[in-house]
Design a protein around this ligand. Structure first.
Ligand SMILES: C[S@@+](CC[C@H](N)C(=O)[O-])C[C@H]1O[C@@H](n2cnc3c(N)ncnc32)[C@H](O)[C@@H]1O
Length: 231
């Protein structure tokens, strides 16, 4: 298995900011599970502080994460109904909750998170936007590794402010190890809910919602983590 180095990416700072918030609500997290762990980039840093069980719908993403985090347990499953038959101190959902655009689905995720928490356990959800804070945005960046490279452009907008959805267009330009350049284009819809809507859904699942500001270096805007403690 090839070891991948993700150090010095933006994830290092993200994970540090999230850890500070997690510790404010639970100073002794020992076991955590991530729902929708993707490539495992935040887990790469968080696992240095507590054990992380990594779960994702996609077997391909689990394979990427296994290469980066061979020391973590990886399990395939849908966060709506996955059953690990275990309780954790923390359920972490980062950059994965926005796939849900329907409140009934989100409620299932929250109830399933609660089933995976021990009595003192907390749920932390990182969603990029709330109805109150959403602004159309453009992001770009990239990374180089040896001869390989990638640049991306993301454009997020809200075509209908009355629904619970935003749209994002993605353009990627990549260079492989032989110098071949290729392009990909993608589009996604993401869930957009107000803070009172989050509070209401979390209360239905047995949680109290807390909104914690997150200030990323070099990124303007109002970003908040949702920390849900059990009622
Ligand atoms: C952007 S990635 C998460 C990145 C990750 N937090 C990190 O730090 O690298 C989002 C992931 O959510 C997963 N996902 C989407 N819907 C899901 C679901 N219903 N259950 C579990 N995982 C899901 C996708 O397969 C994808 O791998």
């Amino acid at each position: 298995m090839v070891a991948i180095d993700v150090s010095h990416t933006e994830y290092e700072e993200e994970a540090k900011l999230y850890l500070e918030i997690i510790r404010r609500y639970h100073s002794e997290v020992k076991r955590a599970v991530e729902f929708g762990s993707g490539g495992g980039s935040n887990a790469y840093y968080l696992k240095q502080h507590f054990s992380m069980t990594l779960t994702d719908l996609s077997t391909d993403m689990l394979a990427v994460s296994r290469a980066l985090n061979p020391d973590c347990e990886h399990i395939q499953g849908d966060m709506k109904n996955l059953n690990l038959e275990a309780q954790f101190d923390l359920v972490f959902i980062h950059d994965a909750i926005m796939y849900f655009t329907d409140k009934a689905d989100l409620l299932e995720v929250m109830r399933n998170a609660k089933n995976h928490l021990n009595e003192e356990g907390v749920l932390m959800i990182m969603t990029d936007h709330f109805k109150e804070t959403f602004r159309p945005e453009t992001d770009h960046g990239g990374i180089d590794q040896g001869k390989r490279g990638m640049r991306y452009l993301e454009w997020t907008y809200d075509s209908d402010p009355d629904d619970n959805v935003t749209e994002t267009e993605y353009a990627y330009i990549m260079r492989d190890e032989n110098g071949r350049i290729y392009r990909e284009y993608d589009r996604a819809e993401s869930g957009l809910f107000s803070m009172p809507e989050w509070e209401e859904m979390l209360a239905k699942a047995g949680f109290q919602a807390h909104f914690e500001r997150v200030e990323y270096t070099g990124i303007e805007g109002n970003y908040f983590a949702i920390v849900a403690t059990q009622i």
